[in-house]
Design a protein around this ligand. Structure first.
Ligand code: GLN
Length: 608
């Protein structure tokens, strides 16, 4: 299948190929050897898929497109303050090769003009100029995702004829922006301009910036995440020479162009774009490059200021523990109590990117639900990313709710390092942080325990089997007879009571003391936790409906005392007391109907 963006780029290529305005850069002979008709386009997605059209594999020298990446390296090596003291961030109305400094600060106006770029190059760490160059070359190659070659002839020409850049370098030295002999750093600047790229490389370099500094394919972190927005800001205001204002107005993406004919444009979090066509306008920007970016931005509405979101989509669903209780039912009393109050436990399943706007929306939902709530669970397994601002708001909300006696806990973020880190950085201190649970069942259990606080611990409680709903409506004299059929069985913690897949001996178990865990075997091996049961509850009762093989494994969690009733003894008794069997089957069907209702509710909650 021809992918739509692929066809779109191919059409765009056809449409713009006819444009032949502009001139090749001619300040060195090598650049005039370019074929003026070369035209390549590339768009790279955040998962590293590259769409290309035209001469996408044609190499050319990167020239000034190297500047933002070298600035990024200077920031990484020296820190923001040191770099800011030597290179400003104000757009200049002058040409890129202007021999001037900001009269107020005495520093180059920004890192996208030659003065600021040469200063940035000199700020890259390294013991010797050669070492600095190696680091620079490695850094630029990492952004492209491959080792970039140097065009030796272009470098030689740049160096032989770069008198104006020499004047700039000496000016920087004179005003103490740089230290020592400025010429070796200037050679590195000439080298960085002479690296060979194709428009695919440019698109990957742009995509790396769009992806927070991580190359979408190699997954290499090419620069600290916190510098990305700074680099993009100077690109937005200064990246297109004197055309920067109109560019932002019409295209609206941080970008950088070079006299080799390359332009890269960055759509943060979405795309990287690389275009190459060597005919330049009088400001030094590729004519077709600008036309292509304008067209793409217009056709897809890609301006960075054109971003809208619907924070309400963040909340995928809200449900209570009455609809989806935990699988831990530790006894008759607690089950009855929870049935009454479980709607006070609310789970909000969130999804997508949680920025400040989404967090604000979520918190307003919490505020609205709070009067009927004892605990909130935020299920984050579908959350792609959590912003620092969002984490701050959530911490503040947790604090507020806590003061009102309402818990706010998180579920399903284990192993999601970026979310965990963001939460950690923005919390007051580690001990005050969010409680996190690996799964929703554990989270709900914790919340249920809060509701059960004050109800006697059922570990200590005993329940007579006759209290079980299983025997509801059976009179005392019949019950006496049933009782005489029962045997008492004790199990040590960990002991297996029923093995899954085994033929059953037709026993029904009534827990009087302790807890058991029910586990269902999984087709691929291993077990799925089904439930924890406690005093007053029974298991194994499906033998009454003719089940011959045990479907789940049951083992004792603590010391367990059960009463056990054998089905054939019960059937024997039923020949004299048929109404007894009818009552038991009636109770069993009520219980099964209840379980079915619960399962249906849970499925509908989970399926939406
Ligand atoms: N090598 C060129 C110079 O420094 C690069 C300029 C550019 O691409 N704008 O003059």
């Amino acid at each position: 299948m021809q992918l739509p963006i692929q066809s779109y780029l191919a059409d765009l290529y056809q449409q713009l190929a006819a444009m032949d305005d502009g001139q090749l850069a001619s300040y060195i002979p090598e650049l005039t050897r370019a074929n003026p008709d070369w035209f390549g386009l590339c768009i790279v997605t955040m998962d590293g898929y590259a769409y290309t059209a035209g001469d996408a594999a044609q190499t050319f020298t990167i020239q000034s497109v190297s500047k933002p990446f070298v600035y990024a390296q200077a920031l990484a090596d020296q820190g923001i303050e040191t770099v800011m003291r030597r290179v400003g961030v104000e757009p200049s109305g002058d040409a890129f090769n202007s021999i001037s400094l900001d009269p107020h600060t005495g520093a180059p106006r920004n890192p996208m003009i030659n003065a600021g770029a040469i200063a940035s190059t000199s700020l890259v760490a390294g013991d010797t100029p050669e070492h600095q160059w190696q680091r620079l070359h490695t850094a630029l190659s990492a952004f492209a995702g491959r080792d970039l070659d140097l065009d030796a002839a272009v470098y030689q020409s740049e160096s032989d004829t770069g008198f104006r850049n020499r004047a700039i370098a000496w000016m920087l030295r004179n005003f103490d922006i740089t230290e020592g002999d400025p010429m070796p750093s200037l050679e590195n600047y000439f080298r960085q301009c002479s690296l060979l790229v194709d428009c695919r490389d440019l698109a990957f370099m742009a995509a790396t910036l769009a992806n927070g500094g991580v190359h979408p394919l190699t997954q290499t972190r090419c620069m600290p995440a916190e510098h990305v927005e700074r680099v993009l800001s100077v690109m937005a205001t200064c990246g297109m020479y004197d055309y920067a204002g109109s560019w932002l107005y019409e295209v609206g993406m941080p970008a950088k162009s070079g006299v080799g004919g390359g332009i890269l444009a960055v759509l943060p979090g979405r795309f990287g774009i690389g275009v190459f066509s060597p005919r330049l306008d009088d400001k030094g920007n590729s004519v077709r490059g600008i036309a292509a970016c304008k067209q793409i931005a217009r056709d897809f509405g890609l301006n960075i200021f054109n971003r809208s979101s619907l924070p309400s989509l963040t909340v995928r669903r809200i449900y209570t523990a009455a609809e989806s209780p935990s699988r831990r039912q530790t006894g008759l009393h607690s089950v009855a109590h929870l049935r009454e109050y479980a709607a006070r436990i609310k789970t909000l399943c969130l999804q997508g990117e949680i920025g400040v706007d989404s967090a604000e929306y979520v918190i307003r939902q919490l505020q609205q639900l709070a009067p009927d709530t004892d605990s909130f669970i935020l299920d984050l397994h579908l959350v792609a990313n959590l912003s620092h601002g969002a984490a701050r708001l959530l911490h503040a909300a947790r604090h507020e709710l806590h003061a009102r006696g309402i818990a706010l806990v998180l579920s399903r973020i284990h192993g999601r390092k970026s979310i965990e880190d963001t939460l950690r950085c923005n919390g007051a201190d580690a001990t005050q942080g969010f409680l996190r649970f690996e799964g929703n069942d554990l989270a709900v259990q914790w919340c249920e325990n809060r509701l059960l606080d004050g109800i006697p611990d059922e570990e200590e409680v005993e329940c007579c089997f006759s209290d079980s709903g299983f025997f509801a409506g059976i009179d005392a004299s019949d019950m006496k007879q049933v009782c005489s059929l029962m045997q008492t069985r004790q199990f040590a913690p960990g002991e297996v009571i029923i093995e899954a897949g085994q033929p059953s001996d037709g026993e029904i178990f009534f827990i009087e003391r302790g807890r058991v865990n029910v586990l269902a075997p999984l087709p691929g091996g291993g077990h799925q936790f089904v439930a924890t049961l406690g005093p007053g509850m029974n298991f194994g009762e499906l033998v009454l409906l003719g089940q011959r093989t045990r479907s789940a494994m049951v083992h004792a969690e603590s010391a367990v005392r059960c009463r056990m009733l054998e089905m054939h003894a019960l059937n024997h008794l039923a020949t004299e007391l048929p109404e007894l069997k009818i009552a038991i089957l009636h109770n069993l069907s009520l219980d099964l109907a209840d379980k079915l209702k619960q399962a249906t509710r849970m499925i509908s909650v989970l399926a939406n």
